[in-house]
Design a protein around this ligand. Structure first.
Ligand SMILES: Cc1ncc(COP(=O)(O)O)c(C=O)c1O
Length: 370
């Protein structure tokens, strides 16, 4: 299968990242359809890290966005995204950087997740005289055990503390359930139900005590179809990967019916034995964070098994090796698209069999202006 005709592909040096604009448009439309409305979405930008794909979401009516790094937050604010949530603990000098960001982009409302009183104090210190400048979300550990506070009296106390600081507005909860990733949709529904039960008990208790809890930001791509079934007010679904989709999620969650928005162009650079070819797709071009055999899916040789992966080389074993000549183009879908995108400075944008643009992966750097 050819992603581009040979004359178009021939213009692109390898290895290269390509974005399929029509596929991304389909993924955005399907996501909104599944969510029920653009207002129920807060997509995570870490997957694509580009201004252009963010603008595609904005044009589709999705105004709330989520990110993990200050560079991503600045990239979003630089194109006037109205509401940006940094779902990542800010500590040390990152608090000062954040305060500068808030001052530099007054048109954007920023939010931050907090899971510990120490983090709250560090953030408070950089907004000594401000009033109502930042939204705070209580980061909840719903079973993944990475960040977040477990629901219970300590979590309630921390949330109450948010409301005592003039610079902050407590707006609700943030819950990332990356552990809810079973291939079975029913299993994911069951895990989702238990999370909702605990969350609702907690919210009822806080509301009884007079606290406002307007928003609940929840989930990634695997749990997205599950949480999308909830009708609770203030729900914001925060998948990321589904902007571009990838081979891992395609194999595990076929019900998502998404298209591959990111494709790698690579070329055969060696045929070291009768059953092997080596291409220029080392782990500086495709992420190595999936098991060895499954770093990417080659469209022309889906049964190829990755046997060697080094910085600039990827060697596969395939009975079809002798079909290929040096310089032949192969198209590959990354197993894990988010870290793969971050390995590339820019992406070639394709549509209708042509290269139509080139987009900077603007937030792959750790900083933009500060
Ligand atoms: C806090 C947070 N929210 C949302 C997501 C999006 O998850 P996914 O990539 O499965 O869409 C991630 C992914 O790492 C995350 O860390």
């Amino acid at each position: 299968m050819n992603v581009l005709p040979p004359d178009e592909a021939g213009r692109i040096p390898s290895p290269a990242l390509l974005f399929d604009r029509a596929a991304i448009r389909v993924n955005i439309a399907r996501t909104i359809e599944c969510a029920g409305s653009p207002q129920r979405l807060r997509p995570h930008v870490k997957t694509h890290k580009t201004r252009e794909i963010t603008r595609m979401w904005l044009e589709a009516g999705v105004t709330k966005h989520k990110c993990a790094t200050l560079a991503e937050a600045e990239m979003l604010a630089s194109i006037s995204v109205p509401d940006v949530l940094i779902a990542y603990p800010l500590v040390g000098p990152n608090c000062d950087r954040f305060a500068r960001l808030v001052r530099r982009y007054p048109a954007t409302r920023f939010g931050v997740t907090i899971d510990h009183v120490e983090a709250l104090r560090q953030l408070q210190a950089v907004f000594p005289h401000a009033r109502d400048v930042v939204d705070l979300y209580l980061d909840v550990n719903a079973g993944m055990g990475r960040t977040g506070i477990e629901l219970g009296p300590d979590a309630a106390c921390l949330y109450q503390e948010f409301g005592r600081i003039p610079a902050f507005r407590p707006v609700g909860l943030h819950i990332y359930d990356g552990h809810n990733n079973n291939p079975s949709l029913e299993q994911r529904r069951a895990t989702g139900r238990s999370v909702w039960q605990a969350v609702q008990e907690f919210c009822d208790r806080l509301r009884r005590d007079g606290h406002q809890l307007g928003r609940i930001v929840i989930g990634g791509t695997p749990s997205f179809p599950v949480h999308a079934e909830e009708t609770i007010a203030g729900l914001e679904l925060s998948p990321g990967t589904l902007s571009l989709h990838d081979a891992n999620y395609d194999a595990k969650y076929p019900e998502l019916r998404l298209k591959f928005g990111a494709i790698l162009l690579t070329r055969v650079i060696s045929r070291p034995s009768r059953d092997r070819i080596t291409v220029d797709l080392g782990y500086k071009a495709v992420s190595p964070d999936s098991p060895m055999g499954q770093r990417c899916r080659f469209l022309a040789i889906p049964d190829a098994e990755v046997v060697v992966h080094s910085e600039e080389h990827l060697t596969v074993r395939t009975p079809q090796a002798e079909r290929f000549s040096l310089g032949d183009v192969l198209w590959a879908i990354p197993a894990h698209v988010c870290p793969t995108v971050a390995l590339h400075r820019s992406a070639w944008v394709i549509e209708n069999g042509k290269v139509v643009d080139q987009w900077l992966i603007a937030a792959r750097d750790r900083d933009i202006t500060s």
